[in-house]
Design a protein around this ligand. Structure first.
Ligand code: NAD
Ligand code: GLY
Length: 356
């Protein structure tokens, strides 16, 4: 098992454990961080039949009083309505400030549970038990929590760090290939931002045969960024590579296009835009696009630049009339560029043009 420790400047510190076969031990591992108490395990309707019994038993065996709250699978559960039901479930279970929640599932469950834990009684503790690759490489680490509003993705949320992240890679074996690819998109993002060797696993190697290395390399990079800037005042913005168009794409598709696939389209757009603006060499841009394609990820976006730019204008990354976007300079290095929101349409238009 690989364990990384993430410590924020505020002194919050937690283990991120990645390895095979420890799901039945998760209660015991959590008990090293938190005295046995009430735990509400939040999960979704796909994950519950696969892993809830094992996790419930593991917490019970470690001395916790276990409650469970399954929600429907899918992005629709990242809503104010489902959040409200979860908060009521905490109250119904008479959870107090010394109790805690466990998010068993993908990024949807992690974001929802973390947000509920962050605001119930002004904050109770929670753990992440990621069961998708996307959650393992990205969403479970760093304490970003949110639900969506009708006006946009992740518009209500807070920073709330977990007490631990426990990823049993055996759970990833039941993922549909589409969901594995979602995780590939975020890991390729980490490769483009900082880690050429990680990128090369996707460019020439065998990602499915190197899942643990992909998670660990991603966690090491993301933890380093979160430790420096937990509340996204500066360098953490880099992790949003491709996300400004991606959030607009998700919304325009009514969430039919999954987050990871939208991120892939967004990365491809920012890559082509950077090449067109002479910030990135054409051959590096081609490597990025071809690597996304090699991993079955989409690189063409079905929406016009204007529609995407209108939605991105209310994206939470927009500050007043400016927005920060991330553009690749080479594989392993990207730059932040602050630009007027009004300039987004032309950036997106460049991102939709073929490489030439
Ligand atoms: P998800 O949670 O919807 O999971 C994808 C699908 O896989 C669901 O149908 C789920 O039921 C199913 N599933 C989960 N684990 C499974 C398993 N082991 N076997 C079989 N099926 C399984 O989606 P996701 O891709 O994990 O996460 C996407 C969400 O994460 C988006 O809402 C995105 O905004 C958010 N996100 C958050 C952060 C962050 O830093 N907080 C980072 C990236 C993405
Ligand atoms: N997924 C981007 C972040 O955690 O900052």
């Amino acid at each position: 098992m690989n364990t990384q420790i993430l410590t924020t400047p505020q002194g919050e510190s937690y283990p991120i454990a990645t390895g095979s076969g420890f799901l039945p031990e998760i209660g015991k591992m959590a008990a090293e961080q938190i005295k046995p108490c009430r735990v509400m395990i939040v999960t979704d309707s796909n994950v519950a039949p696969l892993y809830l019994d094992t996790v419930r038993k593991s917490f019970a065996d470690a001395g916790f009083s276990v409650f469970t709250h399954p929600v429907p699978a899918g992005e629709e559960s990242k809503s104010v309505a489902v959040l409200g039901e979860l908060l009521e479930a905490f109250a119904e279970a008479k959870m107090t400030r010394t109790d805690f929640a466990a998010a068993l599932g993908g990024g949807v469950i992690g974001d929802l549970t973390g947000f509920a834990a962050g605001c119930y009684l002004r904050g109770i503790r929670f753990a992440q038990i990621p069961t998708t690759l996307l959650a393992a490489v990205d969403a479970s680490v760093g304490g970003k929590t949110a639900v969506n509003l009708a006006h946009g993705k992740n518009l209500a949320g807070l920073f709330h760090q977990p007490i631990g992240v426990y990823c049993d890679t055996d759970t990833l074996k039941t993922l549909h290939p589409h969901e594995l690819e979602d995780g590939y998109a975020e890991a390729i993002k980490h490769g483009i931002l900082d880690d050429p060797a990680l990128f090369e696993i996707f460019e020439h190697g065998d990602p499915a045969g190197n899942i643990e290395e992909i998670i660990v390399r991603s966690v090491i990079y993301k933890s380093r960024i979160v430790m420096e800037d937990p509340n996204e005042k500066g360098v953490r913005k880099m992790l949003n590579l491709g996300h400004t168009p991606a959030h607009a794409i998700e919304r325009l598709s009514d969430f039919e296009i999954s987050h990871g696939h939208a991120v892939s389209m967004g990365i491809a757009m920012m890559t082509r835009a950077a090449a067109r603006r002479n910030m990135l060499k054409i051959d590096e841009a081609s490597r990025i696009i071809n690597t996304l394609k090699r991993n079955n990820l989409p690189t063409e976006c079905p929406y016009p630049a204007k529609e995407m730019a209108e939605i991105a204008a209310v994206d939470k990354k927009a500050a007043a009339s400016d927005i920060t976007v991330i553009l690749p300079e080479k594989i392993g290095k990207c730059v932040m560029q602050k630009m007027p929101v009004a300039a987004l349409e032309s950036l997106f238009a460049d991102g939709l043009e073929a490489l030439s």
